[in-house]
Design a protein around this ligand. Structure first.
Ligand SMILES: Nc1ncnc2c1ncn2[C@@H]1O[C@H](COP(=O)(O)OP(=O)(O)O)[C@@H](O)[C@H]1O
Ligand SMILES: [Mg+2]
Length: 251
C-alpha cells in the first residue's frame, strides 16, 4: 500500500479537487482509500458519503473506533472514503494527546494496508501536527501551487517540514487553477517547471468544469469524461502512480 498526501500550507489552492480526482482515477485500476482530514469535509461531501464519525475523531485516533468501522464505500467501485465530520476540528488536540504523536496516521493506516493499494490524504491547510503526521505517513506528497510569485513559498514550507522527518516522502508540485488569459499565470506555468526541479509540467486549468464538482457531487471523470480537466487529472494520476510505485492494474 502506498500513501499519497495532497498537501499545502495554503487553503483554496485545489487540494481537495486534486485528491478526489486522483482517487477516482486511481480507483479504475486499484483499490483506493481517500482519507478526508479536513473538518470542512469537502471530499466527503463531493463523494456523497455520510459525514459522521462514530465517537468522533478522538475515538478514531485513540483506536477505540476501528478504521474499518469508520470507512464508507462510495458509488464508485474500489473507492472508499474515511469521512471527516466537524469533530475533525479537534484532530490536532487528539494527535497531541496520542503516544508517538507524529506517527499516529502511519500506525492507523497499517491496519488497512492489506485492503488498499493506495491511500490518498486530503489534508487541511496549515503546518501543524496534522501535516507532520500526513507527511510522515506519506510515500509521496503532492502540492498544488496557484500561479503567483509567492507560490513557491508554500512548496518551501513543505520542504521545511520534511527536512526534519526521519521518513521524508518524495515531493512534487503542479500548477493549479491556471487561467491562460492571464500573463502572470501563463508565465508561471511555463517558468516554474523549468526553474524548479520539484514542479512538474502538468497544469490544471482554471475552468468551470472543475468548479462544477461541488454541485455535481461527483469526480470530473464521472460527469465530464471528455473534458480537458478529466484528461489532466488522468495524467496527474499516471505521474503519481509511477512516482509512488503503485502497482499498475493491481485489481
Ligand atoms: N482548476 C480549477 N478551476 C476552477 N475552480 C477550481 C479549480 N480548482 C479548484 N477550484 C475551486 O476552488 C475552490 C477551492 O478548491 P479546493 O480543491 O477545495 O481547494 P483546497 O482543498 O486547497 O482548499 C473550490 O470551490 C473549487 O471548486
Ligand atoms: Mg480542501
Amino acid at each position: 500500500m502506498k500513501t499519497v498526501a495532497v498537501y499545502s500550507t495554503k487553503g483554496g489552492v485545489g487540494k481537495t479537487t486534486a485528491a478526489v480526482n486522483l482517487a477516482w482515477q486511481a480507483s479504475r485500476e486499484c483499490r483506493v482509500l481517500l482519507w478526508d482530514l479536513d473538518p470542512q469535509g469537502a471530499s466527503t461531501y463531493v463523494l456523497n458519503v455520510k459525514a459522521r464519525v462514530k465517537g468522533g475523531v478522538d475515538s478514531l485516533i485513540r483506536g477505540k473506533t476501528e478504521m474499518d468501522a469508520a470507512i464508507r464505500s462510495t458509488a464508485y467501485a474500489n473507492l472508499d472514503v474515511l469521512p471527516a465530520d466537524e469533530t475533525y476540528r479537534r484532530l490536532e488536540l487528539a494527535l497531541d494527546a496520542a503516544k508517538k504523536s507524529t506517527q499516529r496516521f502511519a500506525k492507523m493506516l497499517e491496519s488497512v494496508s492489506d485492503h488498499y493499494d493506495v491511500v490518498i490524504l486530503d489534508c487541511p491547510p496549515g503546518a501543524s501536527l496534522v501535516a507532520t503526521n500526513a507527511l510522515h505517513a506519506a510515500d509521496l506528497a503532492v502540492v498544488p501551487l496557484v500561479p503567483s510569485p509567492l507560490s513557491l513559498r508554500s512548496l518551501a514550507q513543505v520542504n521545511e517540514i520534511i527536512e526534519v522527518s526521519d521518513r521524508p516522502p518524495k515531493v512534487f508540485a503542479f500548477l493549479s487553477m491556471v487561467d491562460r488569459r492571464k500573463l502572470v499565470h501563463r508565465s508561471a506555468a511555463e517558468l516554474l517547471p523549468q526553474e524548479h526541479p520539484q514542479v512538474i509540467d502538468i497544469v490544471v486549468p482554471a475552468t468551470v468544469v472543475i468548479e462544477r464538482m461541488g454541485a455535481e457531487r461527483a469526480p470530473i471523470g464521472a460527469y465530464a469524461p471528455g473534458s480537458e480537466a478529466a484528461r489532466v487529472f488522468a495524467q496527474l494520476w499516471d505521474y503519481v502512480r509511477s512516482s509512488s510505485k503503485v502497482k499498475r492494474g493491481s485489481l
